[in-house]
Design a protein around this ligand. Sequence first.
Ligand code: NAD
Ligand code: ZN
Length: 358
Amino acid sequence: MKAIVFQEINKVALADVPRPTMQSPDDAIIKVTLTSICGTDIHMIHGAAPMMPGDVLGHEFVGVIEELGSNVDGFKVGDRVAVACTVQCGKCEMCLKGILPKCVRSGVFGCGPLLGNLAGAQADFVRVPFAQIAMHKIPAGLTDAQALFVGDILSTGYFAVTNGKLAPGDAVAVFGAGPVGLCATACARLFSPSKVIVVDPIPHRLEIARKLGATHTIDPTKTDAVNEIKELTGGAPTSLLEEFSNRSGADVAIEAVGIKPTFDACFQAVKPGGNVSIVGVFEEPQELLMSQLCVKNIGITMGLVNVIHMARLLRIIEAGLLDMTPLITHTMPLAEAVRGYEMFDKKLDNVIKIALKP
Ligand code: NAD
Ligand code: ZN
């Protein structure tokens, strides 16, 4: 079968690889009908974690069940399914606590030997271990494109919002309008916030943010984003003394980039008593001003996506409350994915997400 494989740092290729076979009665083999390129694939090809030459990439996908293990209940061959990007057994202490990404048997498709050594989904077929937990039936009325992001970036956006404990009437600031920040923006709207303020230097991404529910957008290269957020949420302080008594700011600040400027800005823009929810992946260590954050009573959460809400997200999409298809700016055959990788990595041609058809 055809697949997109890692060759060396910054190099991927279309290759012929063996078709996966069942290895356990907990497995399913999925015929991939739509997959995508994710920011994490880019981290992987840049060398964020080791990959072996020939490893199949990709972890965001939907497909049809081709083969099904005898331990997997409630599904049949031919069912259309959305599949989680992470694999979890559903039985260990971490799974039973609901912390799926920390399952003792966890893995991420297409992310190399340190992350479960699982072949990825940018391929004609993929083997899904512990398929009972990873798979969710796609409601009949939904297209593959509507369900594509449920197992990865949409779950991440939802996770960012719920980790931040966003409540009705709150103001939320989302730093980064990449695919993840845009999913967080759309998910924030589900919680009836009073303001959704999105910060990104790319005008086209801010335009999509507004379509997905941003009430205000800020280009941080044109104005001081923190000041602007404070102006929008009660007024910026005008003196050091006022700074101390000031209660303006976002109730929830979401970091969806993974760099120092947005990390720092989240802590400056959050209101006293508010929460900073971090989903950006950082390549560098960051510094926290502990005494200031303690005095401001700031809550901080972070982590790898928990895919526990996939069924809920599919219901929300089915009900017409969420539509992430505007993120798909490009669709191409899997065979052209090498070009897609370059386009996605360099953010060419106003790309946001590329859907790949095997
Ligand atoms: P992306 O690179 O497409 O998006 C990042 C966005 O940040 C871009 O639109 C960019 O213009 C913007 N940006 C750059 N500098 C900025 C600044 N100073 N202020 C505001 N915005 C700025 O990436 P993505 O696919 O949306 O992913 C975002 C982050 O989330 C990445 O670090 C990715 O690895 C991470 N991620 C985490 C998880 C998780 O489980 N926690 C899952 C998926 C992705
Ligand atoms: Zn991903």
